[in-house]
Design a protein around this ligand. Structure first.
Ligand code: AHR
Length: 544
């Protein structure tokens, strides 16, 4: 191993130092927050690079095992994580998509230019004539709904607000939800193999309407939102409309939208307000070339490890600040937050294959990021009604890397699998104390800090689920989880960690990172465990 690289933290550090003092997580069982919506364990599928074509869809005639053209491997693996909801077809792609292109016999569907054709991020070797660039539309609404049904998730459709009229939106709702035999669009759906309504409940009214979704002002978007969402038929089952919310800390977008909505007679049919937040590690400073200023997925130093995680922990204050701005108008907080794009966004260079635009590798650092983020969502369970990691496969912080016959899950997949135990349980407050925060210096000398331990807990009957994240690059921790006022009967632990924060899975080593059972020692009202550096622990505790 090269000593210089090791010192710079660019390769796995073999030595794991152990802090002597014990860190503590107090679980306040009598301080409930709210039910953890299973929908925060949602996903996102966009017609972008290798997400749909290759990642999910191979077509009925493919030699790759499939069910109605949908890959069997991803169906089986995804179903195990209890995916609650999946957003489709974008992203930026949504505001260019005409749902009618994905309807009818596949052979006669039109080929269309994909939104992402002009991206500067296409790897040089990419085939620019494939379905990733010229979309065959072989994967349409009925196929997506079928995929959702097979994995046990609800569909969340994002409607085109920038380039199609409002009438097309309600015709799409009609195609999806009108009763069998009732309308021309229901007949089209039946011809696509789905006679019964697809019962799509979640509808996004545009995407990033401040940017690729139309470059609207918040005031103009407020008017458009109302116009698009006001008179859509619901066929006896209320629809949940989701507004195109801000990017990260853009509070003015939230404030001005809600203020305009207030003077326009209310928020109409709005159920959720979107929020997008990506962690990119731009500690070196953001330049005009945003992609070049991001960090690398695999090569990162201790400092870069912390910078990325610190950006992820902004989620906490983003939820609080947007929630508070929404509350100025929506005093009863009828509208909840929908974090419908989140995750790490690294610089180009680790795409799993050339057509996987914005594809990236995924290490234990990304898994820690996901686990931290879920802990934050749990702690705001009364505010966050849904969240969708970007994106499901071959793109950004994905759960899967898939190409032709090659398949592997990422460390982030295992976080979803482990954390599924929280779904639908009651989040309760936790108090975390650890010896000292993590500290590092930026290139300019600025001192930075990050909490040394992160946790959340939920209760379902006599079962308490506690998830603990150790974000430290190289220090393990002894952690005592104390359940005040309860007596612990049994405790079972699972740990997700690798040799280092850089550990990841590949097609040739698909099980380099996977969860393992671990010792969880019961001590009266406490459980004690050893949490390795850069790892995630789940404790399933049964109380008397
Ligand atoms: O997830 C990739 C892109 O990021 C989405 O299309 C867009 O909504 C966001 O800017």
């Amino acid at each position: 191993m090269r000593r210089r690289e090791l010192l710079a933290g660019l390769v796995a550090a073999p030595l794991v130092r152990s802090q002597p003092s014990v860190s503590r997580v107090e679980v306040l069982l009598r301080e409930p927050i709210a039910r953890i919506a299973p929908e925060i364990y949602g996903h996102f599928v966009e017609h972008l690079g290798g997400v749909v074509y290759d990642g999910i869809w191979v077509g009925e005639g493919s030699k790759i095992p499939n069910q109605d053209g949908l890959r069997t491997d991803i169906i089986h693996s995804l179903a195990k994580t209890k995916p609650s909801v999946i957003r489709w077809p974008g992203g930026c792609f949504a505001d260019q998509y005409d749902w009618r292109d994905g309807v009818g016999p596949r052979a006669s569907r039109p080929k269309r230019t994909n939104f992402w054709i002009d991206s500067k991020q296409w790897p040089a070797a990419a085939n620019k004539m494939g379905p990733q660039v010229f979309d065959t539309n072989h994967f349409g609404s009925a196929d997506f709904a079928r995929f959702c049904r097979r994995v046990g998730a609800q569909p969340y459709f994002a409607a085109n607000l920038r380039s199609l009229p409002a009438q097309d939106f309600w015709h799409w709702v009609e195609y999806c939800n009108s009763p069998n035999g009732s309308t021309a669009n229901a007949a089209k759906r039946a011809a696509d193999g789905e006679p019964n309504p697809l019962n799509v409940r979640y509808w996004g009214v545009g995407n990033e309407s401040w940017g690729c979704g139309g470059n609207y002002s918040p005031e103009d978007y407020a008017i458009e939102f109302k116009r698009y969402s006001a008179w859509v038929p619901n066929y006896g089952k209320p629809l949940s409309m989701i507004g195109s919310g801000p990017s990260s800390g853009e509070l003015e977008w939230t404030r001005k939208f809600f203020q305009k909505a207030a003077t326009q007679g209310g928020l109409g049919k709005m159920w959720g307000w979107g929020l997008h937040h990506y962690s990119t590690n731009v500690s070196g400073g953001r330049t005009n070339d945003w992609d070049a200023s991001k960090g690398d997925a695999l090569q990162f130093s201790r400092e870069e490890h912390y910078e990325l995680l610190r950006e992820a922990t902004h989620m906490d204050r983003l939820i609080e600040s947007h929630w508070s701005a929404m509350g100025d108008v929506d005093r009863a907080h009828r509208v909840k937050l929908v974090v419908d794009e989140w995750g790490s966004w690294h610089r180009p260079g680790t795409e799993p294959f050339a057509e996987a635009l914005i594809g990236q590798q995924n290490t234990m650092r990304d898994a820690v990021l996901a686990a931290l983020t879920f802990n934050i969502f749990h702690r705001h369970a009364e505010k966050v009604a849904m969240a969708n990691i970007a994106q499901l496969v071959n793109c950004l912080q994905s759960l899967f890397l898939i190409h032709e016959e090659k398949f592997c899950v990422t460390p982030t997949y295992h976080v979803f699998e482990m954390y599924a135990a929280h779904q639908g349980a009651e989040a309760v407050r936790t108090v975390v104390s650890s010896p000292a925060p993590l500290e590092w210096k930026r290139p300019g000398g600025q001192g930075m800090r990050l909490e040394a331990l992160n946790a959340s807990a939920s209760v379902q009957g006599k079962r308490v689920t506690v998830t603990v994240v150790n974000p430290s690059f190289d220090e393990a921790r002894e952690v005592e989880v104390r359940l005040a006022g309860a007596s612990v009967r049994t405790a079972a632990g699972t740990i997700l960690g690798g040799a280092s924060a850089h550990s990841h899975n590949t097609w040739s080593a698909p099980r380099a990172v996977e969860p393992k059972p671990m010792t969880a020692r019961v001590n009266g009202d406490a459980v004690v465990c050893h949490v390795g550096a850069s790892s995630v622990v789940k404790l399933l505790i049964e109380v008397a």
